[in-house]
Design a binder for this molecule. Structure first.
Ligand SMILES: N[C@@H](CCC(=O)N[C@@H](CS)C(=O)NCC(=O)O)C(=O)O
Length: 218
């Protein structure tokens, strides 16, 4: 396995995705907290390993990998068990579709730097930021619900945890933080309940990390 260092932040959904992949595969790693609220993601030292100034970044045996999807696909190749994709090419493509809806469409709209920009350049209040997030999240959630209604079993795609679950659950937690009502999405809620029964999901949860502030610990 070698040495694994994960630069991440308890509440970051992209960090949570990677923690899920690590715990699913039973990998030990050193947890290096990067406090986004203290702008540690933009320190000159961190920008050397992640020039876009985001978490997570994985360093495996001295090799640096930024970007959560890239990290997770790397882990899945290097540590193939349990596999995060099925062999079927069509299902693989549909799982990547789900991941991309979250990664490329939903996540950036709630990212700290996006919301900060809206606040600083357009005077958005907290309420307006929540409204902005909800507007985009709703389109994403509707897409995910209609897609997964077709494919879900216990989890997003049948009865094995796949990459889709590792993207979905953190995004749902972010939606709840922004007070998005999840009741119109029963398939997503059921998948989330099932995933959260698994040990890997409990270990990776934002409120269970070494940098989780006391007020969030349950
Ligand atoms: N596409 C990147 C996004 C990384 C990213 O921006 N992560 C957020 C946290 S979820 C972050 O570090 N934000 C810091 C900021 O916006 O300043 C990935 O999947 O790793």
């Amino acid at each position: 396995m070698g040495s694994m260092v994960l630069y991440n932040y308890f509440r970051s959904s992209t960090s949570y995705r990677v923690r899920l992949a690590m715990h699913m595969k039973g990998l030990d790693f050193e947890y290096k907290p990067i406090n986004l609220l203290k702008s540690e993601q933009r320190s000159p030292e961190y920008l050397k390993i992640n020039p876009l100034g985001g978490v997570p970044t994985l360093v495996h045996n001295g090799k640096v990998i930024p970007e959560s999807f890239a990290i997770m696909e790397y882990l899945d190749e290097v540590f193939p068990e349990p596999a995060l994709f099925p062999k079927d090419a069509y299902l693989k493509a549909r799982i990547r579709q789900v991941c991309e809806v979250i990664n490329s469409f939903m996540h950036p709209m709630g990212n700290l730097k996006t919301l900060k920009y809206m606040e600083q350049h357009h005077g958005y209040t907290q309420e307006q930021k929540e409204e902005w997030f909800k507007h985009w999240a709703t389109q994403g959630l509707q897409t995910l619900e209609s897609t997964l209604k077709e494919f879900a079993g216990t989890y997003s795609f049948g009865n094995q945890v796949t990459m889709a679950d590792l993207f979905l659950i953190p995004q749902l937690v972010t939606c709840q933080r922004f007070k998005v009502d999840l009741s119109p999405y029963p398939t997503l809620v059921k998948i989330s309940e099932n995933c959260n029964k698994l040990e890997a999901f409990q270990k990776a949860h934002p409120f269970k990390q070494i940098d989780t502030p006391e007020e969030f610990k349950k």
